[in-house]
Design a protein around this ligand. Structure first.
Ligand code: HEC
Length: 208
């Protein structure tokens, strides 16, 4: 019973921290509403997705393992633990390479991600969880270098940037399979579309 209560207190403390920090760290929302045009400049801070297989969309900037260690100690340690080996709210982010066919699988950026830039995209977008999108691009490159260094995928002198990051060969890259089941193919319908996911869908396709 005691542990349940403690958990509850911890969860609400986390919740309050997240609420306070998020308000100040996201880019400012543009002042537009329905029916109003939005400028490219206003979209730009939100248009941050990266094509992770090629690295297209990775921004300018650079970071080293040593710089990343500093970012990590200041911004990530509290939740992810010493050397990313696991902390109070999340398990390890190191190791597990080769464990995909074992039980339990150890899912880490090193063992799981097929493409190295996924770590940049995810971290820039979502971490640190108490203040997402508060890191500079240099800091995201640096902390990514530190995490991949801990996973023994790069050396201590590696300079992480838009050119070098996509070149890291991830151990699990070739273990993903393409889902080619026919019902997993989505055909885009732009007009006169059937209701989604209904029997009518199948009938419409059959020409009824
Ligand atoms: C307030 C706690 C907290 C802080 C601080 C934090 N994280 Fe996280 N992180 C989490 C939680 C919780 C998850 C799991 C999220 C989920 O599964 O949806 C997570 C998940 C991740 C993952 C995904 C791991 C995987 O195996 O795919 C990465 C990478 C990550 N965090 C990196 C960072 C980095 C880098 C920092 C520092 C810049 C950081 N985190 C700071 C709580 C935190």
């Amino acid at each position: 019973m005691l542990s349940v209560k403690l958990c509850g207190a911890f969860a609400s403390a986390l919740f309050l921290t997240f609420g306070a920090a998020q308000a100040s760290s996201y880019p400012e929302r543009p002042d537009v509403g329905f029916g109003q045009p939005i400028s490219e400049a206003d979209i730009q801070p939100w248009n941050i997705d990266i094509h992770t297989p090629s690295g297209a969309g990775l921004p300018p900037g650079e970071g080293t393992v040593a710089q990343g260690r500093e970012v990590y100690q200041a911004r990530c340690l509290a939740c992810h633990g010493e050397k990313a080996a696991g902390g109070p709210v999340y398990g390890t982010m190191v190791g597990g390479i080769g464990s995909m066919t074992e039980r339990p699988r150890v899912l880490t950026p090193g063992s799981m991600y097929p493409y190295a830039p996924i770590l940049f995209d995810y971290t820039r977008r979502a971490m640190p969880m108490d203040a997402p999108q508060s890191l500079s691009n240099d800091e995201v490159y640096a902390v990514s270098a530190y995490i991949y260094y801990l996973n023994e995928l790069i050396g201590e002198d590696f300079k992480m940037n838009a050119e070098t990051m996509p070149q890291i060969k991830m151990p699990n890259r070739d273990a993903f399979i393409v889902d080619d089941r026919p019902d997993a193919q989505a055909e885009r319908c732009m007009s006169d579309c059937p209701p989604i996911g209904t029997v009518a869908d199948a009938e419409w396709k059959a020409g009824d």
